[in-house]
Design a protein. Sequence first.
Length: 441
Amino acid sequence: MGILKDRFKAKSDAMAAEIKEMIKENGNKKIGEVTLSQIYQGMRGMTGLVTETSLLDAKEGIRFRGYSIPDLQKKLPKALKGDEPLPEGLFYLMLIGELPSEEDVHHITSLLQRRSHVPNHVFAAIEALPLSTHPMTQFVVAIMALQTESQFAKKYAEGMNKKDYWEAVFDDAMDLIARLPRVAAYIYRRKYKFGDHIHPNGLLDWAGNFAHMLGYEDETFKELMRLYMTIHADHEGGNVSAHATHLVGSALADPYLCFAAGMNGLAGPLHGLANQEVIKWILEMRNELKTELPSKEQIAEYVQRTLQAGKVVPGYGHAVLRKTDPRFSAQMEFGKKHMPDDPIVQTVWNVYDTVPPILQSLGKIKNPWPNVDAHSGALLVHYGLVEYEFYTVLFGVSRALGVMASLCWDRALGFPLERPKSVTTELVKAWLQGKDEIWGD
């Protein structure tokens, strides 16, 4: 069956049995209460999902199977002469629940290389779109075109035992992850580099090959891609892209359909598109202030004008986090190491010093600290990847690692169709008047 697949089956079988027993003994226990504000305000803080791959702590940030981002930077295998973790290692950790060896990571790299062929009709589907089409739209169209290759869809149509769902999902997940860098790089070169495409280099790791196909051969850019693909991979299950992937998967849609749904969510300005909005805001600020390196005083004035116009400062605030996003900190350290004198990177740091006190003074914002989007664009601009509309596609390629690992677990554990109860405001009013009988299904 394959080393990785065998290990996943052993882990998931054991956990499925454990969960079954836990539900049998404790299925009626309450683990929290839902408030009216949560029902109306985005279900913030409601515990309603199980995601094995990562957990977001409001005070400590993201942990992948218990490991923080600094832990991953220390413990995950790295490329030859590299300092940043290989994303293949994080995928192994999320899937198996254990830190991988060098051999494990090389095995996954090899698997992805062998599965990376993209059928010609996918490129034809992309080419059928106007060149002006947003990169995320092209990306989702390409994912949908890849759906013709789904093993899960074919085997389900033939009549597959539900105990085997996980295996077909596993194969689709590996194929999808393997093909996404080629698809994303094709979109980038088509839209921004006059269709001058670059073929894959089978000797490179997954993220390094992605950098190569994008057209960036600087070794530190390859390091940035390894870091970027690692820190953007997962953020527990409640964010829009992860939840959408899980939700569509609960209807037994194949991984391609699930991932396309997740990417449509990622393309929203309040989710993955925020990284595009951040760099756009910084460039507009520099242009309006007519300086490459605005002072903190100038930044403060510009922030105040942004807020007074009823707009937000992009990249600041998070639905869960109550501290600086560790993913922001990891990118800041990368910048200090590789480009400490870059004006746009320094501007990001000056914004970091300036914005939180201003937001705190408003007294309405629980988290005035930067999230991952506040820094990523500046690092990319340093290397010449200035086409900020493409940044969310980079995010999407990375996010595939987490949501596909989670989807494998969803099917291995036999998670059912997700169907939460909804009510009308009239019924809420009746409940507030003590007529609680209306809460039946």
